[in-house]
Design a protein. Structure first.
Length: 474
């Protein structure tokens, strides 16, 4: 059983001082962390993108989400262990540096920063498209600019502003999921007025539970793995909470099973109520298709509001996460020092540059949609898996080191260490192999691999240069 009474270690960046006057603030409360953990992973990928996974895997999408959900639980448990022992706004980047050296922290940190910045742009585009649907004739770029200004401004202010935005956004998303699951369960048991219990007809008919065999399950598995990305933000935010150790420990513990319930439960409800090959599952999204199937009035517009909230929430969280990751990297002498300055506990230059890069990605989607923008999408395709790999490998090293040097800081412990850590690493390696097999994901794997190698080479070069300067000055 994990211990919860150990003394809290000092908030630190692996010994490095926070940049700028006063460093980062501590304005996040436990309720903020809990909702950031829950809401960070509930986005448009679940509400809309999961339809492609259902079309590929059929009812077996439930198995796909279960397998990937177990992998994510293991990763988050490992990250929770390290973050509770050493709270830092750089999260896994700091842990990778402590485990393998500055090159590893540089690689994991800047790769994740790049992923978040591109994601900000993608979410802005998605939100703008919804607004254009409601207000025809308005330019999409203007909506993106408006959203970018709104959330850039929120993140430039005190960190509690980000926390409040994300708390209410996440609460609305969680509320929508809970309501959907409640309606779905009533429909499944035949207790919803005007509907009959579907039984197992949609699960076993029309090709069976595995209509496309193992290949369909593999495509669904790949789609589900990337849908879980976003949980990492809570360990970044924990460093700015009132009680970093207790905050991250509680948030990680409670979020894991709840998110698994939301994801796996949603998929089970959808494929039980709606035929998996219903075209509206992909065209409208699985949630809208299910509500339409049940005759819920204005289902499409209701879910459009929910998806818009999910996209705006993700924009807010990703600007925050990108700015804090950049600030942490710069604090460890792995980036331009001017960008790492803090004002009133907020790394405002990092917020501005992260928002600007995100908006730049939006402009590329208009200027060069088939070349530059497609290259960006392919490059970030597997970054989350690279990050998870660094997390697992770092935990394998740091757990033994922490047990020797400061066992009292292990207030969260990885289950069945080191067996399940190795199981998680094997699971990630399997996903990499599956991506290499599939034509649609192979280019993403290679593009992400190339970016990772470039970052690793630059990081290693900077590490050697720093050592050489230290040796010369000694």
């Amino acid at each position: 059983m994990s211990r919860t009474t150990a003394p809290a270690p000092a908030d630190r960046e692996d010994g490095a001082a926070h940049p700028g006057p006063g460093g980062l603030g501590h304005g996040l409360k436990q309720r903020h962390l809990s909702m950031i953990a829950l809401g960070g992973v509930i986005g448009a990928g679940l509400f809309v993108g999961s339809g492609a996974g259902i079309a590929a895997a059929g009812p077996s999408i439930v198995v796909a989400y279960t397998i990937s959900g177990v992998l994510v639980m293991l990763v988050m448990r490992m990250l929770g262990e390290m973050s509770a022992a050493n709270p830092a706004s750089g999260s896994f980047s700091v842990h990778a540096e402590r485990a393998f050296g500055p090159w590893a922290g540089f690689t994991a940190g800047w790769a994740f920063w790049f992923l978040l910045c591109v994601a900000v742009g993608l979410e802005g585009i998605g939100a703008a498209n919804i607004m254009v649907g409601w207000f025809p004739g308005t330019p999409a770029w203007a909506w993106v600019a408006l959203f970018m200004l709104l959330f850039c401004g929120a993140n430039l202010a005190a960190v509690k502003n980000f926390g409040e935005f994300e708390f209410w956004f996440a609460a609305l998303k969680v509320g929508a999921i809970v309501l959907f699951l409640g309606i779905g369960v009533l429909a499944i048991v035949g207790a919803l007025p005007g509907t009959d219990a579907p039984g197992t007809a949609n699960l076993t008919g029309d090709g069976g539970f595995f209509p496309h065999g193992s290949e369909g399950l593999i495509v669904g598995l790949l789609a589900s793995v990337f849908a879980y990305g976003g949980l990492e933000t809570v360990t970044i935010a924990a460093a700015e909470s009132e009680h970093p150790v207790r905050g991250v420990a509680k948030a990680v513990r409670t979020a894991m099973w709840r998110i698994a319930l939301f994801y796996i439960g949603s998929m089970a409800v959808i494929v039980t109520l709606v035929p998996w090959d219903d075209k509206t599952v992909v065209e409208k999204g699985p949630y809208v298709a299910t509500l339409d199937h049940l005759g819920i009035p204005a289902a499409g517009q209701i879910m459009n509001v929910v998806v818009l909230i999910a996209l705006l929430s993700a924009m807010n969280a990703n600007i925050y996460g990108a700015s804090r990751m950049a600030c942490s990297l710069i604090a460890r002498d792995q980036g331009p020092k001017a960008l790492g300055r803090t004002f009133g506990g907020v790394p405002r230059p990092a917020v501005l540059i992260s928002s600007a890069v995100g908006f730049g990605c939006v402009l590329l989607s208009y200027w060069s949609p088939d070349k530059a923008f497609t290259w960006l999408l392919n490059t970030i395709g597997a970054i989350i898996l690279v990050v998870w790999f660094f997390i697992a490998a770092s935990q394998l090293v740091l757990r033994r080191r922490t047990e020797r040097e400061a066992p009292e800081t292990l207030v969260v412990r990885m289950w069945a260490f080191p067996v399940l850590t190795w199981v998680a690493l094997a699971g990630m390696a399997t996903v990499f192999v599956l991506m290499a097999r599939e034509e649609e994901t192979r280019i993403q794997l290679y593009s992400t691999g190339a970016l990772t190698l470039v970052l690793a080479a630059v990081g290693y070069g900077l590490q050697r240069a720093r050592r050489n300067r230290a040796a010369e000055s000694a």
